[in-house]
Design a protein around this ligand. Structure first.
Ligand code: PMT
Length: 346
């Protein structure tokens, strides 16, 4: 653990895992992932890990209060559906109670399913009204429901989705490491799609108040430590040759591309997808690295100064935003790039 000039601590991933407790469900989750990966591997399926939703930072050990990160889980849940459609098996690692593939279409707040169920009283023989009415689906909702239900049932029948959940940033970090290590068995057949919104600051267990923080002392001052940047060990240690896609969320458009490039430089993974908070549903940018050029005088060496980035924007037209989801285009593009990546390695 290091201390910066202001006195706040920044953990390396190693010191983080050495000092912060693993969640009780970790071993069981790892076993489930191991069995899932083995089964998908035997069936010749590629597997993508999709992380989704925001992490929390508890302020007390007996938690009453916590800080939360923005994310409904739309990006992750929607993308998971398109990956399944593209033939991938999916490990869906999401914030408890955030949106999930398939059921997201009937979210309790935007499209409550009770609203399109109807009670029908059918006349029974020798009776003017049946005593046990039937439940039916409103005719105009049937087509959509049938298509969602068919895809959902298929995934269940085929066993191609494994769902895991987290709440705190600590749960997330331990689980991400565990799942990545298990999934790395698949080498280049695995993709990691990190759409979760991860807290940047946290309170180490050792600094947390045991009981509910009392309000009688006036204003509350909390100094948080920095969450270790886990993409670096993920790329260098936890995953073997996997295809890693991270997201970058910004609110200042001027910062988006520089931050995406910076992430690629720092962590050395395959793709960063940049999105602006207010435009993310219809516009994203893919940033990746062009392979460094060889110096003709030293063919074995790569010239880092020649390193450049490619940027390609995906946009939905005004008309399409009402009928299509940008995640379909994101996933199609990633499937194409992953295929190229796998072929290049073999
Ligand atoms: O769910 P929605 O409402 O649809 O919203 C989707 C989204 C906007 C949350 C999603 O598209 C998105 O941008 N997710 C990433 C948001 C985020 O946490 O960005 P960041 O800049 O804090 O992190 C960038 C990357 O670094 C992330 O891929 C993360 O995996 C990684 N990271 C983050 C923290 C940390 N300690 N270590 C990391 O490696």
């Amino acid at each position: 653990m290091q201390t910066d000039p202001q006195g706040s601590a920044s953990f390396s991933a190693e010191s983080y895992f050495a000092t912060q407790p693993a969640p009780a469900s970790l071993d069981n989750d790892r076993q489930r992932v191991r069995a899932f990966v083995r089964r998908q591997s035997e069936q010749g399926n590629k597997v993508v890990l999709v992380t989704s939703g925001g992490t929390t930072v508890p302020l007390e050990r007996n938690m009453v209060r916590f800080l939360d990160n923005f994310s409904a889980g739309t990006r992750g849940a929607t993308s998971a559906e398109y990956f399944l459609k593209a033939g991938y098996a999916v490990i869906f690692m999401h914030r408890q109670f955030s949106l999930q593939p398939f059921s997201r279409h009937y979210s309790h707040s935007t499209n409550p399913f009770l609203d399109f169920l109807e009670i029908e009283h059918k006349p029974a023989p020798n009776e003017s009204l049946s005593t046990t009415p039937e439940i039916t689906v409103t005719p105009e909702k049937r087509e959509d429901l049938l298509s969602v239900l068919t895809a959902y049932k298929k995934v269940h029948r085929d066993g191609t989705m494994l769902t895991l959940s987290f709440v705190t940033v600590n749960d997330y970090l331990w689980l991400l490491r565990g799942v990545s290590e298990e999934l790395s068995e698949m080498g280049r057949d695995a993709m990691y799609y990190l759409a979760a919104a991860v807290s940047d600051f946290f309170l180490p267990r050792q600094k947390m108040s045991e009981h509910k923080i009392q309000s009688g002392k006036g204003s509350l001052h909390i100094e948080m430590d920095q969450v270790p940047k886990i993409l670096k060990p993920m790329v260098d240690e936890w995953t073997r040759e996997g295809f890693i896609v991270s997201f970058k969320l910004e609110t200042d458009p001027q910062l988006l591309l520089p931050k995406c490039r910076q992430a690629l430089e720092r962590y050395g993974h395959q793709v960063v997808i940049g999105n602006d908070l207010n435009r993310r549903k219809f516009e994203v940018v893919f940033v990746s690295r062009i392979a460094p050029k060889k110096d003709p005088a030293h063919p074995a060496a790569t010239n880092i100064d020649d390193d450049t980035f490619t940027e390609s924007w995906l946009r939905l037209s005004e008309k399409d935003t009402h009928t299509r989801e940008i995640e379909e285009d994101i996933v199609n593009e990633l499937v194409r790039r992953h295929r190229t990546w796998m072929n290049n390695g073999r």
